[in-house]
Structures are given as C-alpha cells and as structure tokens.
Design a protein around this ligand. Structure first.
Ligand SMILES: CC(=O)N[C@H](C=O)[C@@H](O)[C@H](O)[C@H](O)COP(=O)(O)O
Length: 232
C-alpha cells in the first residue's frame, strides 16, 4: 500500500482526468467511465477523479492510477452535494480510494452542520486517509488548511451562490492559495484548453483536474456549435 506522501508525489505536476457522468447525462455508465479512465491513462493522465462506488469499482479494474473519489448526492434542504455526509465518506473509505474529496464550503450540510463542525471527527476516525477540500473561496481554503485537510481544490469556485459568475479557471484563487498555504493546491474547474492547464501550473498548482473538456462529449459538442453560431 502506498503512503500518503507517495500518493501525493505520484500526482505532482501531473494531469488528473475527471471521469464523471451523472444519471441524467448521456454517458452515465460504469463501463463507459472505465473506458474513459483507460483512455485518459493511455493519454498520459496520472490520476482519475470519479464519482460513485459503481464507477470507482469499474475504473479500478481497468486502470492502475490514483483515484480521487467522490459521491455526489443531492439532499433536500442543502446545496452541498459532493460527498456531503458521513455516509458517503464511510462508503468511499470502505471501497478504498487514494484521496476522498469533500465539499469544504461554508454551507450548511444535510445534517445541519458546517464543515468545521464535522471534519475534526472525520480526520480523527480516518487518520490514514488523504482528504481533498473542494473549496470555492480563499476563506474556505484557509479553513480547510487549518482543519487538517491534505490538499486544497478550487473545484467549487463558480458553483456556490456567492461565487457565481467567477471566470474559470479561477486563477486568482489558485494563486492566493498557493501563496499562503504550504500544501498541495489542486486546480480544478473550468480548465478547457492545454494553454489554461499550462497556466495553472505556472501559477503554482500542485496538480490539475480536467473533466468536461476531456470526458463530456455533449458539452464539448455544444461548445463547437456555439462557436459556429457566434461566428455567424
Ligand atoms: C461543480 C462540480 O460539480 N464539479 C464536479 C466535481 O467533481 C465535476 O462535475 C467537474 O467535472 C470536475 O470538478 C472537473 O471540472 P471541469 O469539468 O470543469 O473540468
């Protein structure tokens, strides 16, 4: 089994590809996500971000790369949907993923608590597990650093009510987190081009996750169609 340091080292300055398709997306299927992950590996990715136990199990059969695991679950009365409760964390831990990513925003979770109330017990219970904090702001990153997360992600910038409209990738957030916190900062969210990927690394990102631009053909098609229309 790899140590925490070995896992982090293996994704340092490397590309992680997010292979996700929710039930309402055209490619929703563990089989397809595993093929996506395999293609990403063949293309040179050094990590996979994946959602759900079903997808993770299938990806593991096909790909021998570190996995950032999440479980997206929508509960009523809460906007937190990326690994929102202890239940999803337990499932991911039992399945075994290299890094568990959790919503680390300041929003109320389905259990009525905020991350600063729930994470200390999780950190204690699963001391051998790497945790990534999916943040949307600098303050959330700071708090996650203080709470003992192992790496920070910019995943939720642009996706919380108070960050809506942020231009992605959120270069300013990446830059500030890198500057102030001596821990891996993973650039994630809205990286669409190789140039943008290069740029986030120049800003000091430890590694970067690219999802939609590689693994969501419907959205990629839309971009082409929209570009075509806007050019008359
Ligand atoms: C906000 C949210 O739900 N983000 C999710 C997090 O796991 C995924 O749907 C994204 O695809 C992933 O973050 C990668 O980002 P992008 O697809 O922009 O490269």
């Amino acid at each position: 089994m790899k140590t925490k340091q070995e896992i982090l080292h293996s994704i340092h300055h490397e590309l992680i590809v997010s292979c996700q398709a929710l039930p309402d997306e055209p490619l929703h299927s563990p089989y397809i996500m595993a093929r996506m992950a395999y293609a990403a590996m063949m293309g040179g990715a050094k990590g996979i971000r994946a959602n759900s136990i079903e997808d993770i199990k299938e990806i593991k059969k096909n790909v021998n790369l570190p996995i950032i695991g999440i479980i997206k679950n929508v509960y009523s009365k809460s906007d937190v949907f990326i690994t929102p409760t202890q239940k999803e964390i337990d499932l991911l831990y039992r399945e075994g993923v290299d890094i568990i990513a959790i919503d680390a925003t300041n929003r109320l979770r389905p259990d009525g608590k905020v991350i600063s109330e729930v994470f200390p017990a999780i950190r204690k219970q699963y001391s051998d597990q790497l945790f990534m904090a999916d943040c949307s702001t600098y303050e959330e990153g700071k708090q996650a650093y203080e709470l003992g997360f192992d790496c920070l992600g910019t995943t939720l910038s642009g996706y919380t009510e108070y960050t809506q409209g942020t231009v992605l990738p959120d270069k300013l957030l990446i830059e500030k987190l890198v500057r102030d916190f001596p821990m891996p900062v993973i650039a994630e969210g809205g990286i669409w081009t190789p140039e943008e990927l290069k740029c986030v690394f120049e800003l000091g990102a430890y590694s970067a996750v690219v999802g939609t631009a590689i693994t969501r053909p419907m959205n990629i098609t839309k971009r082409f169609v929209e570009a075509m229309k806007s050019n008359g």
